[in-house]
Design a protein around this ligand. Structure first.
Ligand SMILES: *Cc1c(COP(=O)(O)O)cnc(C)c1O
Length: 403
């Protein structure tokens, strides 16, 4: 997954072009910047690469989700249906606009279970937010049908699935809006950065203003800009955009390496009886940032993790079920709605209720799942050692445990 593994002269050249002018801000300073507009250039490259009509860069993926939610008109009193397996940023964004995160179960795709979405719809539901976890996708046909039927907004958290697609369309460009993250460990990085993708000109114009204090950006003088609504500062800097510009040019290469390494690793693991793989709604569209695999039980999964730890080869294998960042089970701060400042009591009660629901269906899947990160920098030998270590651990555990 991580573009940072291939940081080099291309990134340095782009950053140096910004350092030469010293204009680190994306807006204004038209003369001194000598025609260098890295953020604008990256937005154009994003639209060209992913086929979106509009792209608004912001300072990170969380800000991209927040901006998209606000610009889609989601706020107080609205419920946003999202999966219980994601990164904490997804619910942070929902809370930051004052809306209620309604967490629901995932299925073996490791993304939203469409039936769980359907069951969670209430008169307050305004938006469905699939999270395309670990490089692959949610069942977009099913989710689009639900949104159409119930007149709901579809917002894609595609932060972890840059370059993945579903039936020929890039993830993030299928719903009313989508978000990518360019943080340091994502498929391509700006160090910190994110983007709102949309085909809706109105959502884009709002995103452009919202992420820069509500400025309407109609004139050439920032001081004279009008503010049609209240915004925030979620701007990206030219330095960050410059890094992203070098990275997006290498994206095809990153994806090709990921797909190759993923296929080789999958081939090795598929020879182990008892190992099965994540359901992928459109296998051709998998960006292959992770290989996610299942074993028959939580006991087996934990024993494999212990064995990998013992052999000192655990790095890059993630058991999300016991992980504090990605799965509802360990999100005590959300379950208790622990905030530093006061939440509206109604929202606080709703958050506590939502986060403490029964997620047995998700537990049954997540407790058996291990995801192996696909690195870009593996040599063939490293890849084969990695696969062999997993195969050995899995075989050893499953031979000794009654499964
Ligand atoms: C990384 C990530 C985000 C947030 O991105 P940041 O750029 O780190 O703020 C949001 N959602 C998911 C699923 C992510 O993995």
């Amino acid at each position: 997954m991580p573009g940072y593994e291939m940081f080099g002269d291309e990134e340095r050249k782009e950053v140096n072009e910004v350092l030469e002018t010293g204009i680190l801000m994306r807006y204004g300073f038209d003369g001194p910047r000598k025609g260098r507009w890295k953020a604008k250039e990256l937005e154009e490259a994003i639209n060209k690469t992913f086929g979106s009509k509009h792209a608004q860069l912001v300072c990170n993926g969380t800000a991209a989700l927040t901006t998209a939610l606000a610009c889609l008109g989601i706020g107080y009193g609205d419920e946003v249906i999202m999966p219980g397996f994601t990164f904490v940023a997804s619910f942070e964004a929902v809370l930051s606009v004052g809306a209620t995160p309604v967490l629901v179960d995932i299925d073996e795709s490791l993304t939203l279970d469409p039936e769980a979405v359907r069951a969670a719809i209430t008169p307050k539901t305004k938006c469905v937010m699939p999270v395309h976890m670990c490089g692959s996708m949610a069942d977009m046909d099913a989710l689009q049908a639900i949104c159409k039927e119930h007149k709901l907004i579809l917002l894609e958290d595609a932060c972890q699935s840059i370059g993945a697609s579903y039936k020929g369309k890039y993830l993030g460009t299928i719903g009313d809006a989508g978000a990518f993250s360019f943080d340091f460990v994502k498929t391509m990085t700006c160090a910190e950065g994110g983007v709102v993708l949309t085909n809706n000109a109105n959502v884009y114009t709002k995103s452009d203003g919202y992420s820069d204090h509500g400025h309407d950006h109609k004139g050439v003088d920032r001081g004279a800009d009008l503010h049609p609504f209240i915004g925030y500062n979620y701007r990206i800097s030219e330095l960050h955009a410059a890094v992203g510009l070098a990275q997006i040019r290498k994206l095809d290469k990153f994806l090709a390496i990921q797909k190759r390494n993923h296929a080789a690793l999958k081939e090795m693991l598929s020879k182990v009886p008892g190992i099965t793989f994540r359901k992928i709604p459109d296998p051709q569209g998998d960006s292959c940032t992770f290989l996610s695999w299942f074993v028959p039980s939580a006991e087996v999964a934990r024993a494999i993790i212990d064995e990998l730890k013992l052999k000192n080869v655990l790095a890059g294998n993630f058991y999300w079920y016991d992980n504090n960042w990605h799965y509802i089970r360990k999100w005590d701060h959300l379950k208790n709605a622990t905030t530093l400042n006061a939440l509206h009591p109604e929202l606080k009660a709703a958050v506590i209720k939502q986060a403490n629901k029964n997620f047995a269906a998700s537990d049954a899947i997540m407790s058996r799942c291990i995801s192996t990160l696909i690195n870009l920098s593996w040599t063939e030998q490293q890849l084969s050692e990695k696969g062999q270590a997993i195969v050995n651990a899995a075989k050893k555990v499953m031979a000794t445990q009654a499964v």
